[in-house]
Design a protein around this ligand. Structure first.
Ligand SMILES: [Zn+2]
Length: 458
């Protein structure tokens, strides 16, 4: 059988053809593609649905409880939650796609389409791994919950509802694994080996709306210092006053683990990342936007609006700011800083504010299990913790579990990582199948990695 005819590849392609876009206002979401997605999951993964307990999670999510092997010594130990999401971002400008985003074409060993990387590939990989385990007549050594959200991309309510359901059932997960990191090549300047980056926290999100107001009027009699000029000046000031750079403990740990793989001249500095963190933070900022985002709170100017007519001066001009708040900082302090920089002439309103997530431990058996599984399936990769720039559904799970990790077991090039939320999103067929192997290896090891260094069973 060619890998293209692999049943899991077929399942993924079927899911990719569904336009599962969630609306920020949940009521506007078309439920039909989600209902069809549930049906396809039942059709492609019958054992998981037969042996597992399926719980609907509003609006269109699913929780599936896969019971533990009753013979396993860890049968009643805390369960593991494996997450993914069904919804995707809109297709964007379809003419930019080399292969159409909803056709799920397989071309030169790659599956093309919106959602291959974010996040249907992960969803199908995890459920396919469970299905193969059950098909082999086995059960996981401890209970496993699959949690598939339906509105991750619009920061909707589904993940919160899933957490409430788990909480009401007394579930206190050993660890939670969601999207986030990957087996990323070209991820860090100077490191040639791919990195198995496992997110241990995520930055906070803060959306602010700046408004400058003024008289406005006819464009034939413009006044100096109008609202448009003041908003422009405020944006320029923000660019000139970036947030201070510093390293979180997770970034220090990431650098420490990367050190042996770096070119010799910088190795001693990075090995002592804890001591040289200020200098290293500056190096990261200078190394380009991806590295800089590791080292500080970032500010992006996203929306701009003024007069709707070209011959009318605006009475108010707005700029939207999207900030990603570094771990260890707060949305309130960031808002204050922005207010100081733009000055009292500009009104600052908070549209949304989510604090950075707590740090999940890296000196812990759960993290060690993920690390070992990365090395087992991707021996070329160096597993490292990192702080994610993007927000995921898993941040809600920090309420019921201190060990929340973010990793999709797929090889991703820098180009592929850029295609997420953009165009030409695609996943290698072999990379997808290795992702299934990774989840299967993880499921196979859930009984082995249960004793903490101090002898306690988590
Ligand atoms: Zn996602």
């Amino acid at each position: 059988m060619s890998t293209i005819e692999h049943p899991s590849v077929t399942a993924l392609r079927d899911l990719l053809r569904l336009h599962t876009v969630a609306s920020a206002d949940g009521g506007d979401t078309d439920p039909a593609p989600f209902v069809e997605l549930h049906r396809l999951l039942r059709e492609h993964f019958p054992l998981t649905h037969e042996i597992g307990e399926v719980v609907d999670v509003p609006p269109h999510g699913l929780l599936i409880r896969v019971p533990a092997d009753p013979e396993s010594p860890t049968a009643s130990a805390d369960p593991v939650v494996l997450m993914a999401h069904m919804d995707v971002v809109p297709l964007g400008d379809e003419s930019r796609w080399t292969h159409p985003p909803l056709a799920a074409e397989v071309v030169d060993g790659e599956i093309w389409g919106r959602g291959t990387l974010d996040d249907k590939g992960q969803l199908v990989a995890v459920i396919a791994a469970v299905e193969t385990l059950l098909a082999d007549g086995q059960r996981p050594a401890r209970e496993v919950w699959l949690s598939f959200g339906s509105d991750e991309e619009v920061m909707g309510t589904c993940a919160r509802n899933a957490v409430e359901i788990l909480r009401s059932r007394g579930v206190t997960p050993w660890f939670v694994l969601d999207e986030g990191g990957a087996v990323a090549s070209g991820a860090f300047p100077g490191v040639t080996r791919p990195l198995g980056v496992v997110g241990v926290s995520e930055k906070g999100v803060l959306s602010l709306r700046l408004t400058a107001s003024g008289r406005g009027g006819h464009a034939s009699r413009p006044a100096k210092g109008g609202p448009a000029a003041r908003i422009a000046a405020a944006i320029t000031r923000l660019e000139r006053h970036p947030f201070p750079a510093h390293l979180s403990p997770a970034t220090v740990e990431m650098l420490r683990r990367l050190a042996p793989h770096l070119p010799a001249p910088v190795r001693p500095l990075v090995e002592r990342a804890d001591r040289f963190s200020t200098a290293l933070a500056r190096v990261l900022v200078a190394a380009g936007p991806e590295a800089a985002a590791l080292a500080r709170t970032t500010v992006a100017v996203t929306t701009l609006s003024g007069s709707p007519a070209i011959n009318v001066s605006p009475t108010s001009v707005h700029a939207g700011l999207n900030l990603r708040i570094a771990v260890g900082e707060s949305t309130a302090a960031a808002t204050e800083r922005i207010r100081r920089i733009v000055g009292k002439d500009i009104a600052v309103a908070v549209d949304e504010a989510h604090e950075p997530s707590p740090l999940s431990p890296t000196d812990d058996p759960a993290f060690a299990l993920l690390e070992r599984t990365v090395t087992q399936v991707f021996p070329e990769a160096v597993p490292v913790p990192y702080v994610m720039y993007a927000a995921t559904d898993s941040r809600h799970f920090t309420q019921i579990c201190p060990r929340v990790y973010r990793f999709a077991p797929f090889r991703m090039s820098a180009e592929q990582r850029e295609s997420i939320h953009s165009y030409d999103e695609r996943l290698g067929v072999e990379d997808f199948l290795d992702g299934i192997r990774w989840y299967r290896a993880l499921l196979d090891s859930l009984g082995a990695a249960t004793v903490a260094p101090d002898g306690a069973t988590p």
